[in-house]
Design a protein around this ligand. Sequence first.
Ligand SMILES: Cc1cc2nc3c(=O)[nH]c(=O)nc-3n(C[C@H](O)[C@H](O)[C@H](O)COP(=O)(O)OP(=O)(O)OC[C@H]3O[C@@H](n4cnc5c(N)ncnc54)[C@H](O)[C@@H]3O)c2cc1C
Ligand SMILES: Cc1cc2nc3c(=O)[nH]c(=O)nc-3n(C[C@H](O)[C@H](O)[C@H](O)COP(=O)(O)O)c2cc1C
Ligand code: SF4
Length: 651
Amino acid sequence: MNFPNLFKPIALGPLEIRNRLFNPPHGTSLGARGEVGEDLIAYHAARAKGGVGLIVLEGMALHETHAFSSGYLLANRDEIIPGLKRLKEACARYGTPVFGQLFHAGRSIRTSHDGSRPRVYSASDTPDERYRVVPVPMSKALIADIVRGYADAARRLEEAGLEGVEILASMGYLVCQFLNPAINRRTDEYGGSFENRLRLLREIIAAVRRSTSRRMVLGIRICGDEMTEGGLDLATMTDVCRALDGDGALDYVSVIAGSSATPGGWIHVFPPMAIPHGYVAPHATAIKQVVAMPVLVAGRINQPQMAEAVLVKGEADMVGMVRALISDPELPNKARAGRADDIRACVGCNQACVGHRLAMFGISCIQNPVTGREVRYAASAPAETPRTVLVVGGGPAGMKAAVTAAERGHKVTLVERGRRLGGQVLLAEKLPGRSEFGGVVTNLMRELELAGVAVETGIDADRRFIEERAPEAVILATGAAPRALPKDHAEEAQLVQAWAVVSGEANVGASVVIADWACDWVALGVAEMLARKGCRVRLASGGSVPGEQIQAIVRDQWIGDLHKLGVEMIPYARFFGADGETAFFQHMTSGEPILCESVDTVVINGPLQANRHLEETLAGFPRSMRVVGDAAQPRTVEEAILEGYEAGREI
Ligand SMILES: Cc1cc2nc3c(=O)[nH]c(=O)nc-3n(C[C@H](O)[C@H](O)[C@H](O)COP(=O)(O)OP(=O)(O)OC[C@H]3O[C@@H](n4cnc5c(N)ncnc54)[C@H](O)[C@@H]3O)c2cc1C
Ligand SMILES: Cc1cc2nc3c(=O)[nH]c(=O)nc-3n(C[C@H](O)[C@H](O)[C@H](O)COP(=O)(O)O)c2cc1C
Ligand code: SF4
């Protein structure tokens, strides 16, 4: 049997679960005005079909002091019940039980119904460093009302047929704000001693137990360590778990890391690729040593081999995967069938999952456009008339287009000018700490193989070549490239392209300024590369912060690393020109000059140019022709793969 520990059943309270892989709670923004709609049902049904043992639904609001944002499911209203019922039934078809998570953010709330700042409440009026609010200390009457909110919401989950309820006591949210003496400065029975700070959580657990039957599994989610200044640490959380285990009311504890209270802690709530795989497992182990109930863990575990290792070492009893199943919902089935090589592994980029969610758009995956769009992209029909298709350009857009068209029965050839497939991703993976991003290409190469696409490298396709091949349809995915270096006001300076620094083709001096129009991964990566080589690096970016255009957690992590390396960052800088030793910028709002002296090399990270040449030479081409990805407009892998997928579906 493949992964024998992973596919061993386990009991959580009264419930037997078929395997030890669970899908932890994650906000999807796929709900409909606080209720469960078809998009959310289809999303979870796809994961249940993929073989995961248990699904825990996203954190749901349970009280009016938190039920602001349209991005949350609202379990404080009976209207949640019918949709939840349908979701549960859709998952039950595949034998997957569903729990719901109950969530109050306390002071960690920014949004409201109408854009005004809501009044937010916490244990005390202690502010944080992310939301920058000064909360109102909760009255005892409000505490009692919120505890009732948990109980009522849990009852609704049971009424909808869910098998369990999980109390979110993690990530610096309300329960943690009471647990943490640095935040909770109350002098009543909810503050001061350990027992008093634990009182709120105990009251919630007791109230939920009272409002639900013994059939309902009850668990909590905690952070083993909030991994931030002034956050709850492993010693405290071990004490909390020991005490709750002793009370005997819980069926499991689920362990993660991070905190909503600071930018540093927030990184661990959605750990990006810079954070090691499986790094929370030691915290779960520490908790497991002091409790009898099952311990669950999640955090950068994206392959069945890693999950199996956690179980074999006895670090936890179940292993959670969120992004790994966003990227490939079929991961459990593939692992069980001995097809682990076919898994489309998550690369930890945080782009279309966390990025979409935090902007309150429905989650998806840069590698898997079907995620979050299961209704729109319901089963891709085989082609009515199989055709010969030529895809030009072996970057992500061309690879995905070729795979999708071939899966539908077309006879597909993919041609690439370079020796290797991957396009710009071959550069992206060279940036420091970003080698995992190359997984996008590894995954697509496997998909090409499975779909039976004929791949030819070292071919620079032109009109003649295409006419000779005479395909019935052509997809152009020729990508983009940097524009020519600016010549005006820069005759005497050494200017080089950022791409040339990444590829190792450019030599740079000891003192470098990066003129960063794009505010993307490239400038951050080049800054790190050169700083690590010992250069003095100044990063002059066109945005309010370097990396402004990329997912905030990835950016924040990177900026921390650049700070450690001594990179100087200059915001709002528009590149003007350079002479022998000085680079000239203009402040984007004041218009004042910004001078960088003693500069050897200026690295240009400017706008790209779509490679439209082939499209232009094919004007009047009599067959079906589509242009996808950066060749249409330079953007990111997300749009490249999405457009490649759509072209492959439509052909
Ligand atoms: C250093 C770097 C880091 C990046 N980091 C990220 C990131 O973290 N996340 C993200 O989403 N995006 C990132 N990007 C951007 C991302 O890689 C691109 O948006 C994406 O690769 C575009 O895919 P594409 O297939 O449309 O084009 P490309 O990746 O540019 O691929 C086009 C391919 O077409 C081939 N080609 C062109 N003309 C012909 C022809 N006539 N015949 C045959 N072949 C041809 C090219 O050789 C190339 O392989 C990064 C880019 C760079 C440079
Ligand atoms: C888009 C997204 C939304 C999330 N929302 C929640 C949530 O509502 N409740 C929660 O406890 N954790 C939430 N998390 C954290 C995940 O449950 C999980 O701990 C984290 O993603 C690390 O696991 P992974 O590496 O398997 O993705 C969310 C994660 C993601 C990616
Ligand atoms: S978008 Fe990136 S981090 Fe999110 S699931 Fe896909 S590969 Fe993983």
